[in-house]
Design a protein around this ligand. Structure first.
Ligand code: GLC
Length: 531
């Protein structure tokens, strides 16, 4: 019998540590706060937590600018707090994945401080430096994902350094073997401490063109489109050399017992994305699949075609995965609207492939309006339209002041949703029909029913427009998932499937036998039916 790893059968839950739970009442979430809330996560039924960066950082990009890869940011706690969190998670049968950010460091990292001290400093080549163009301007047309040129001039040494994000996040030079070794050492440090794997930040952008050629412009770009889409990153991302570097990371991770996992953050079209599994499945275990986050319209037809195309493209033996939300994109409830979020959650938790959930999405949290003068996020400071603060607001635990995130009287680092007194964990835990109750029921079914975690996937095509239906099968088990992704009520006519009974309905108020020859599927409703 095939053995499945925990990251194949389990569900990952992303925690944005600044916003999950403020254990020491300074307005910013921390590690002890997370530890306090592990019982909740166990109750919810997730199998692994992924922590956005917790390393020392000047917080120019809220932890994605690391100034020491092998310690804990004091705002979040210390190594002892981390060890306790890890131990407590493990005691509850939960894995813990760290965010690793190898593409760039903070400009306050000692490596960069040394590198910028002189052109002949031994660390100079750890970063990417270029002379000014003959006219004194930037070396080429590369743009930062946060807007503007990707080059920052350094007065003292009279060269430009590259930063594909904020100017305080200089890109490391992954062509330098010393950089590779230093990063692998940092990963070793955490693996030896017992972490269960890494989510590797912007892994597809670690290597850049050696000739520094200009990127072509996207002719259909219009103001309001994202900064990163002004250019096609032909020379700044997805370079062939990156694959060998990832294989090195994978070999390291595989050298540790206990199924440690390597997940890559990659925004690329599916054809390119799947190449990151590696020719021998020897690169990342899972390149994050963001199709549900990036797709332009939410309809049964677009969802089905994206699932089917991805399933067809997966290399033999590669394990799929699906992501519905993260700290960089508007929340799912805001993207698709409240009518469809139950459907989205049923979709995520019944498809073949590891689901990743973003904290607060299990409540139906929406983006919170953050007044312009309170914007923290660096791209948001350049253009409020691109601020990621709205999807990073504090978790809504209960109806007490500050939603139970920080004590009363403390000002949390971002505002709390105005409706938190109605929409919070405590309230939804008491309501058997709440959105949270649905998410928990889905998680529990996914655990109990192998067809949902490891079964095969087959789309059912003879359904009316607006409906996405598929089968999940394992040994004798056969489940049909039907999702009404549209407004009108629908009738499904699937006589060949005979009878079944509803295991779970998104409304949580329908169960029992159904005839598949004439199945009524109300608007915005989904069923998991056992055949
Ligand atoms: C990734 C992170 C994002 C960060 C960027 C730069 O995309 O998810 O939050 O700003 O990398 O590190």
């Amino acid at each position: 019998m095939t053995q499945y790893a925990w990251w194949q059968t389990g569900v990952i839950y992303q925690i944005y540590p600044r916003s999950f739970m403020d254990g020491n009442n300074d307005g910013v979430g921390d590690l002890n706060g997370i530890t306090q809330r592990l019982d909740y996560l166990q109750w919810l039924g997730v199998d692994a937590i992924w922590l956005s960066p917790i390393y020392p950082s000047p917080m120019a990009d809220f932890g994605y600018d690391i100034s020491n890869y092998t310690d804990i940011e004091p705002l979040f706690g210390n190594l002892e707090d981390f060890d306790r969190l890890l131990e407590q998670a493990h005691q509850r049968g939960m894995k813990c994945i760290l965010d690793f950010v190898p593409c760039h460091s903070s400009d306050q990292h000692p490596w960069f401080r040394e590198a910028r001290s002189s052109q002949d400093n031994p660390k100079r080549d750890w970063y990417i430096w270029r002379d000014p163009a003959p006219d004194g301007g930037v070396p080429n047309n590369w743009l930062s994902n946060f807007g503007g040129t990707a080059w920052q001039y350094d007065e003292q040494t009279q060269q430009y350094y590259l930063h594909m994000f904020d100017a305080r996040q200089p890109d490391l030079n992954w062509r330098n073997p010393e950089v590779r070794n230093a990063m692998l050492d940092a990963m070793r440090f955490w693996l030896e401490r017992g972490v269960d794997g890494f989510r590797v930040d912007v892994i597809w952008m670690m290597v850049k063109d050696m000739q520094f050629r200009d990127n072509p412009l996207r002719l259909d770009w219009k103001p309001g489109d994202s900064n990163e889409s002004i250019q096609i990153g032909v020379y700044t991302e997805d370079q062939p050399e990156v694959h060998e570097i990832i294989r090195g990371m994978r070999a390291l991770v595989d050298g540790y017992a206990g199924d440690r996992v390597l997940i890559g953050e990659i925004y690329l079209e599916a054809e390119k994305l799947v190449t990151y599994y590696g020719p021998q499945l020897d690169e990342v275990h899972m390149p994050f699949n963001f199709q549900f986050i990036t797709m332009e319209s939410w309809s049964a037809e677009t969802i089905r075609s994206c699932v089917d195309a991805y399933e067809a493209m997966l290399p033999t033996g590669a394990w799929p995965n699906w992501v519905l939300g993260n700290h960089d994109r508007p929340r799912i409830a805001t993207r698709i609207g409240c009518d469809q979020i139950r459907i989205a959650q049923m979709l995520l938790l019944t498809l073949r492939g590891t689901p990743t959930c973003y904290y607060g999405d299990e409540l139906g949290m929406e983006n919170v309006v953050v007044p312009v003068e309170m914007i923290n996020d660096p791209p948001g400071k350049k253009n409020p339209l691109f601020s990621r603060d709205p999807e990073r607001t504090p978790m809504q635990w209960d109806a007490s002041p500050n939603a139970g995130f920080s004590a009363a009287g403390i000002q949390p680092w971002l505002p709390i949703a105005q409706d938190y007194q109605q929409q919070n964990i405590e309230v939804e835990q008491q309501d058997p029909h709440s959105y949270l109750a649905l998410v928990r029921a889905l998680l529990s079914l996914r655990h109990d029913i192998p067809a949902l975690s490891i079964g095969t996937y087959t789309a059912v095509l003879d359904v009316p427009e607006g409906c996405f239906a598929f089968l999940r099968e394992h040994e004798e088990q056969r489940l049909l998932v039907v999702l009404n992704c549209s407004g009108p009520d629908l009738e499904l006519t699937l006589p060949r499937l005979g009878q079944g009974h509803i295991l779970l309905a998104t409304s949580l108020d329908r169960e029992g036998k159904v005839e598949l020859s004439a199945l009524q599927l109300p608007a915005n409703e989904g069923y998991i039916i056992e055949l």
